[in-house]
Design a binder for this molecule. Structure first.
Ligand code: ATP
Ligand code: TZP
Ligand code: MG
Ligand code: MG
Length: 270
């Protein structure tokens, strides 16, 4: 069980410590990710050059790797940054955007999890399934129609990849293979804003930068993020104003809000 006050304490640590989050992410979501990280209290940097990524990852509180618009140059940079982060004990959060949509994405995602020690992998069910060699359907970078047990998938992925698996959608699951949480916070307007998943991956990075119990950090990030979305959606007509209100609520979400809204529960294993 993770109490709302524990979730708030991790959020307050992010706001106080303003951890540097090094992102090697995609061209679609760069600005939204940087603004979202600033709103939650972290300090974002996007750095991609192979000449500097190892140095940047070394001084960061977390490294976020995202293959949304991958190319060979970026993949090389991700591996260099990831190896530096691993060497210096910096948590590495991986977003396998679109894994399963093309052979190149699937193989690159599998190469990244093989060559690096990944602290947490965060994706939709199809992406995470494809990283572990299951072929759930995916439509470009969006989840496909595949149905399966996402709790089972998260536990399997965590064990197979020796990482924390975070699977998101209408309900979110986080598991290290032993301890598993379900988070029911969120709002469907998040599916109408591109980069809502990518930003979440970076927010998990910010939480892991300040809380070394990474399962707890990831679960807390899900509850804060989903609760901020619920607050933002109140009285909103569509995705444009929701996107702005969501940033506002990442900035203003309070202990009281978290106490009232947090819908995070531990899943008992059978
Ligand atoms: P996809 O490409 O499948 O949309 P994604 O990488 O954008 O994946 P999501 O699964 O959409 O990531 O997760 C981003 C955030 O949106 C999470 O906080 C998640 O809980 C929330 N979310 C996604 N779908 C819904 C939904 N139908 N209702 C409520 N919240 C949702
Ligand atoms: N195309 C390549 S990356 C990207 C798109 C639309 C952004 C995906 O962002 P998210 O967070 O998975 O919705
Ligand atoms: Mg989405
Ligand atoms: Mg995504």
């Amino acid at each position: 069980m993770i109490e709302p006050k524990t979730i708030d304490a991790i959020l307050e640590k992010v706001r106080k410590e303003k951890p540097l989050v090094h992102n090697i992410t995609n061209v679609v979501v760069t600005n939204f990710t940087a603004n979202g990280l600033l709103a939650i209290g972290a300090s974002p940097v996007m750095a991609y050059a192979k000449e500097e990524v190892a140095d940047m990852a070394k001084i960061a509180g977390a490294l976020v790797l995202n293959i949304g618009t991958l190319n060979e140059e970026n993949v090389e940079a991700m591996l260099l940054a990831g190896k530096s982060a691993n060497k210096h004990g910096v948590p590495v959060i991986f977003d396998p955007v679109g894994a399963g949509a093309t052979k190149y994405r699937t193989e690159t995602a599998q190469k990244i999890v093989k060559e690096l020690e990944i602290t947490a992998v965060r994706g939709n069910a199809a992406e995470v399934a494809n990283v572990v060699g299951e072929s759930w359907s995916i439509k470009g970078v969006d989840s496909g129609d595949g149905e399966g047990d996402i709790i089972e998938l998260a536990v399997k992925a965590a064990k197979q990849l020796n990482t924390i698996a975070v699977i998101t959608g209408k309900q979110d699951i986080v598991s290290d293979g032993e301890t598993t949480y379900i988070c029911k916070n969120g709002n469907s307007l998040l599916t109408k804003v591109t980069g809502a998943g990518c930003l979440l991956t970076s927010v998990i990075g910010a939480f892991c930068a300040v809380e070394k119990d990474y399962v707890r950090a990831s679960a807390a990030a899900l509850a804060v993020y989903g609760s901020a979305a619920e607050l933002a959606a109140e009285g909103i007509e569509g995705p444009g104003s929701f996107q702005i209100e969501f940033l506002n609520n990442l900035y203003t979400i309070s202990a009281d809000n978290i106490q009232k809204l947090s819908a995070l529960e531990e899943v008992s294993h059978v």
